[in-house]
Design a protein around this ligand. Structure first.
Ligand SMILES: Nc1nc2c(ncn2[C@@H]2O[C@H](COP(=O)(O)OP(=O)(O)OP(=O)(O)O)[C@@H](O)[C@H]2O)c(=O)[nH]1
Length: 346
């Protein structure tokens, strides 16, 4: 299946409860409006009522995902919600505001699933940090709340050190240092009510799909901190030891490939077997030249699994690869080679 549509940028807003995510969302929507762009929003609340949604411009298409957390209990629905929003409203950009209790890595997983249905491009994970809360909770460095905050910080491609008005200058420096220790790569901007001078990076076509992998540290994985999320989040996470220092290879990369043609099943399986250890997860939908059906494939921990599917409605043939510090170019050329081989042999 050809991927002819333009990919729609998706930005994930993360941050602990009350840190300022909705405040940020309002600013993002204002910016889009000023640029003449049509945004759409997915809001996730743990309760039955979305109060934050009331604060937003009524004209902005919005999907509400209530009574569950998109990182676990209703993760599967996220892909469908994104799909439906695109179908109904054809937005130029999508913002997802996750609940403060969500684990961003798991939410990312839900977003990549959506790529099966629609051409989307996950551009950034913006984590809003409540400055005073970070200092307070970071003091002993323990506790589940601090762990979750740390995960949200580690996954970010942009960190807003918010509520800077409530920090003394030396506290601001301390908080910035703390953020840097947790995430060596993301841009850190101190903000008051999430105000940023320059939003132009939002329009950048550049890929910013580097998510720190340190969030996957820990043998046990992280359990979500609220009642609705009962499962342990270690399910998809590989355990990585690290020595407390941050290196560039600590980053997660996501490669989303829309197949331009069916490929040979054997060649594809061989490629999965050849994947470097640094690619630890892949999934997607593929059409083979040598079997009549389409397949949903899953790859994790060097094991692959194929399931025959007959999707209802339009579903893209797409493959999503997630890993750390692998060569995107190598992967892309391997995938292109699979497709070319088919085309030349056909
Ligand atoms: N002093 C101060 N208050 C702020 C700042 N940013 C946001 N607030 C306030 O903090 C509160 C929470 O802000 P929201 O934007 O609703 O935070 P949220 O992360 O969406 O909250 P949840 O939806 O509960 O997770 C609101 O009362 C805001 O007015 C800031 O920079 N300084």
């Amino acid at each position: 299946m050809k991927h002819s549509e333009q990919s729609i940028p998706v930005h994930l807003l993360s941050g602990f409860l009350g840190s300022g995510k909705t405040t940020l969302l309002q600013r993002l929507l204002e910016y889009c409006k000023a640029q003449g762009k049509k945004p759409a929003v997915i809001m996730n609340e743990l309760g039955d009522i979305n109060l934050d949604g009331q604060l937003l411009d009524a004209e902005v298409p919005m999907a509400e995902m209530l009574s569950g957390c998109i990182c676990c209990t209703i993760r599967g629905d996220l892909g469908m919600e994104i799909s439906m929003l695109i179908e109904e409203h054809q937005p130029d950009v999508i913002f997802i505001e996750s609940t403060g209790a969500a684990n961003p890595m798991e939410t990312l997983d839900g977003v990549t699933e959506a790529a099966m249905y629609k051409a989307i491009d996950l551009r950034s994970v913006i984590t809003v940090v409540d400055g005073p809360e970070l200092l307070e909770r970071g003091r002993d460095g323990k506790g589940r709340t601090f762990k979750l905050m740390s995960e949200q910080i580690r996954c970010a491609t942009l960190l807003l050190l918010n509520k800077a008005d409530k920090l003394e200058p030396e506290q601001l420096v301390e908080a910035q240092q703390q953020l840097r220790e947790l995430n060596a790569h993301a841009r850190i901007t101190a903000t008051i009510r999430c105000a940023i001078d320059d939003w132009s990076w939002l329009d950048s076509e550049e890929e910013t799909q580097d998510f720190s992998l340190d969030s996957m540290d820990g043998e046990e994985g992280e359990a979500c901190t609220h009642v609705g999320c009962s499962h342990n989040h270690s399910g998809h996470a590989h355990h990585h030891t690290h020595d407390g220092h941050h290196h560039s290879h600590d980053h997660v990369l996501v490669v989303t490939h829309y197949w331009s043609s069916p490929v040979c099943s054997k060649a594809f399986e061989a490629l999965l077997q050849r994947l470097p250890n640094e690619i630890y997860r892949a999934k997607g939908i593929v059409t083979f030249t040598d079997t009549p059906s389409r397949f949903l494939f899953q790859y994790a921990y060097r094991e692959s699994d194929f399931m025959r599917i007959e999707p209802q409605g339009h579903v893209n043939d797409v493959a999503v690869f997630i890993g750390e510090h692998f060569s995107k170019d190598w992967l892309r050329s391997e995938l292109a080679h699979l497709e070319q081989t088919e085309n030349t042999e056909a």
